[in-house]
Ligand binder design. Structure first.
Ligand code: F6R
Length: 259
């Protein structure tokens, strides 16, 4: 696991964009996308590179991590809709190859199984972008999620519903259930890139990176993965015990070694 501490979220966005673009140059064809605030600087940077430097996403497919049960892709709060507004509509990626769990399905559990099978068939995902919840969730794998879990229906904690209420007119409108890639599904991706900014995320980052591997902190599953980059700003790195060492390894990184 490589932990990169950056001065600002914008710097983190540039590094994550370097990872995505570098992977594409090396033949990556499948991206894993998170919604929420954490990847926004990365997405803005990818859009900028597409517009100003002609970086093309025409050959790419993308899979979202999760979706609310009961929301269809034409509803603005759905993650399928959000990712279009934040990223997809601004790139030359084919919308028909941007996939998300079907939140509007009459049988959400079956939709989850289908989604997992589609990722297995068309994957592996080359670069998976991740944010982290205050309670250590990735995707919507809340604490107690099996570290081997596959895509399925999960119940959100009240805290996660409250954190996400900002996107809804009324906090009561935040759905209770989601379809989320499981921790096992996420771990099938080749390269996991977790982005966290701000002091509120510091305890979750510490638990994920330096705590025990445990379903209590779902993001700690990253410790079992062979290729992980954690990009944190100074505030999110505020509780890391080995922060000095992580800075040292970044400074002394072998020139030949990319992310
Ligand atoms: C969103 C997702 C979540 C978020 C996490 C952090 O697709 O999977 O795990 O990444 O809740 O959200 P933000 O980035 O808004 O703080």
């Amino acid at each position: 696991m490589e932990i990169v501490i950056v001065p600002s979220p914008e710097d983190g966005g540039r590094i994550a964009a370097d990872i995505v673009c570098g992977a594409m140059e090396n033949g990556a064809r499948t991206l894993g996308l998170a919604t929420g605030s954490s990847p926004l600087h990365t997405y803005r940077e990818l859009i900028r590179r597409h517009r100003e430097s002609g970086v093309s996403f025409a050959a790419m497919s993308a899979y979202l991590l999760d979706e609310y049960v009961g929301l269809t892709s034409d509803q603005p709060q759905s993650y399928a809709h959000t990712i279009c507004t934040e990223l997809v509509d601004h790139l030359d990626i084919d919308n028909a190859r941007v996939f998300s769990p079907d939140g509007g399905a009459s049988d959400p559990s079956e939709a989850a199984r289908r989604y997992d099978a589609a990722i297995a068939e068309n994957g592996p995902i080359d670069v998976q972008i991740l944010g982290i919840g205050l309670n250590g969730h990735i995707g919507f794998n809340e604490p107690s999620s099996s570290l081997a879990s596959r895509t399925r229906v999960k119940t959100l904690t009240e805290r996660t519903r409250a954190d996400n209420a900002r996107f809804f007119a009324d906090p009561a409108d935040v759905p209770h259930h989601v379809i989320t890639q499981g921790l096992g599904t996420i771990s099938d991706a080749r390269h996991l890139v977790l982005i966290a900014n701000g002091a509120r995320k510091a305890p979750a980052v510490r638990a994920a990176v330096e705590g025990p591997v445990s379903a209590f902190c779902p993001a700690s599953v990253l410790q079992l993965h062979p290729h992980v980059t954690v990009i944190v700003d100074e505030a999110a790195a505020g509780e890391l015990e080995l922060a000095e060492f992580y800075r040292y390894t970044t400074e002394h990184k072998p020139a030949s070694q990319g992310y």
